[in-house]
Structures are given as structure tokens and as C-alpha cells.
Write a protein that binds this ligand. Structure first.
Ligand code: GLV
Length: 307
């Protein structure tokens, strides 16, 4: 049997070479060169073309190349009953925590701003901001590691999640009732939620109104967490002082999108926590072997929770 690699916006050949480095790697195919489709018992996907997954009669495993699985779960032609796994790994959480710390430091210390002043040969020293209250929406693997790193760096951190979390020195808020309380003292609001029907559009005008005046938003969850018009309005009326966005409704962000030219929006191209090819290759082959032996899979997605 064979594994099919079907990646969009990621390099299938690079993943192929990392998979092939292992002696237990089965036959590999790269979309669209599937060969006999009945040979395929596992597909590795990222931003796959909807409608193709139900064409493989012997499919036994759908492995996400990344942590997010919303593209898989929202595919109307998703074959029912085929287990889905996602990539969960310390490398993702560590990179995300560094990204969050870097964005906050950049904002507090005005680093990028000085680069802009340099372009205009302007010498304009500005005080550091002392704002150090952070609220993280989403306290899964990524959120809790980011919370700890920020706390170690002197930030006062709160987290908001579906259920309460017990992490030393981190204040836990949970459930819809506590969302507004979670953000009311935050200088920085970080979104690291999974995309589910409950979290879609959660970064909206109600949340921005509940937030501390002049709070700064960092979204590294998904583009669909954000109501774009509400963000523009909150930036215009000063409710939010700025935003760094790493994820967008449509990626790559279209070149005519207003966010590119907005003076209070910083854009990074979905780089906050890239999949580590070495780790993902090993994890998928381990799950492939488990699937073959009928054993429990690692990081299997629960479609009811959407992650
Ligand atoms: C990246 O965004 C991922 O879901 O792994």
C-alpha cells in the first residue's frame, strides 16, 4: 500500500525526502500522480483541494501536515469514519511562544518603527512601553507554552479557554461568560484558538469593546477568527492601538487587501509556527505503523471538538 502526499502552500518534495530518510517508509506518491488509487491507504494533506478525499476506496488514515485541521473537517466530501491525525509537537509550541514574545517586544521597544524612521533619516527616541498584561485566547499546547515563556519574561499572563486550566502564575478564565473579563485588563490580546464553529469570528467588535482601551491584538490562530471590518473600525476609533496578523481568511493575503497598507497593521506571512519536517515525517510514519497494526493513533482529531 502507499502514502499519498497532497500539500498546497508547502513543499511536497521536501516532505517526501524526510519521509524517505526512514527505513520504514512505504511507497510514496505525490498528488496528482496517484497511480492506482486503490493502493492509497494514507493521505498527508495541507490545504488540500476539497472533494478529492473520498476517491480512495482503501483510505485508512488522513494525516494533517500541520496542527490545524479546519480545512479537512470542513470538506463536504470528507469520507466518514476515516481517522484524522494532526501534527502536535514541542517545536510548534516553542516557535509560537518565541513569535509572540518577539512581536510584543517589537511593539514595546518600537523596533520596526525605528526601521521606518531610519528610512526617513529621523532620530526620534521614544520610551519603551511598560504595558505587560497579556491575555491568551486558547490555552492548548501553543497557548500554554507561550503563557509560560511570557511569564518567565516578566509579563502578567491570563489565559482563556473552554475549560479551566491550572498553570502556575497564569490566571485562568474559561467559558463564554468569562471572555469579557479575560480581556478587560489586557495590553496584548493573543489569539491561539483552534478554529471551531464556536471560535469563528470571536475577534469581533464586542470583544474589542470589552478590551482595555488601546489594547494590541496578535492573531496567529486562523484568519476566520477575525472579523476584518470590526478590526478596521476598532483601529480607526482607537479601541485597539494596533494589530499583528500572521493568518488570513485568504492566504497568501491578496495584494490588493487593505491590510497591506494599513499603518497600524503588521503582517507576517503565516510563519509563526512552521511545521518541523523532521518531526512531522517521524510522527506520520509512527501513526501509519499504528494504523497498520490496529493500535491507537497519536494526536487523533476528535471531529466533535474540531481539533
Ligand atoms: C499552522 O498554522 C498549523 O496549523 O500547523
Amino acid at each position: 500500500m502507499s502514502i499519498l502526499i497532497h500539500l498546497n502552500q508547502a513543499d511536497p518534495l521536501l516532505l517526501e525526502s524526510h519521509l524517505k530518510a526512514h527505513s520504514d517508509c512505504p511507497d510514496l506518491r505525490i498528488w496528482p500522480d496517484c497511480g492506482n488509487m486503490d493502493d492509497i491507504d494514507c493521505i498527508i494533506v495541507w490545504k488540500h483541494d476539497p472533494g478529492i478525499l473520498n476517491q480512495f476506496a482503501n483510505l485508512k488514515l488522513i494525516a494533517s501536515y500541520g496542527a490545524g485541521v479546519e480545512n479537512i473537517l470542513s470538506d463536504p466530501d470528507l469520507p466518514q469514519g476515516v481517522p484524522i491525525t494532526r501534527f502536535v509537537d514541542d517545536t510548534l509550541a516553542d516557535q509560537m511562544a518565541e513569535y509572540m514574545l518577539a512581536v510584543i517586544l517589537n511593539h514595546r521597544l518600537h523596533i520596526t518603527y525605528y526601521r521606518e524612521l531610519q528610512a526617513a533619516s529621523q532620530w526620534r527616541p521614544t520610551e519603551f512601553s511598560h504595558a505587560k498584561n497579556v491575555t491568551i485566547l486558547g490555552m492548548g499546547e501553543l497557548g500554554s507554552v507561550s503563557a509560560k515563556l511570557l511569564n518567565q519574561n516578566g509579563y502578567t499572563v491570563s489565559g482563556w479557554s473552554r475549560s479551566p486550566k491550572n498553570i502556575e502564575d497564569i490566571t485562568s478564565y474559561y467559558g463564554d461568560d468569562q471572555l469579557e473579563d479575560a480581556v478587560k485588563n489586557a495590553d496584548y490580546i493573543l489569539c491561539l484558538l483552534p478554529l471551531t464553529p464556536q471560535t469563528t469570528n470571536i475577534l469581533n467588535k464586542d470583544l474589542f469593546k470589552a478590551a482595555k482601551l488601546g489594547a494590541y491584538l496578535i492573531n496567529a490562530g486562523r484568519g476566520d477568527h477575525l472579523n476584518e471590518d470590526d478590526l478596521l473600525e476598532a483601529l480607526y476609533n482607537g479601541q485597539l492601538s494596533g494589530a499583528t496578523l500572521d493568518v488570513f481568511k485568504s492566504e497568501p493575503l491578496p495584494s490588493d487587501h487593505v491590510f497591506w497598507r494599513h499603518p497600524k497593521i503588521y503582517i507576517t506571512p503565516h510563519i509563526s509556527s512552521p511545521t518541523d519536517k523532521v518531526q512531522v515525517a517521524r510522527q506520520i510514519l509512527d501513526n501509519y505503523a499504528r494504523m497498520k497494526k490496529g493500535e491507537a493513533l497519536i494526536n487523533q482529531v476528535d471531529p466533535k471538538r474540531s481539533y
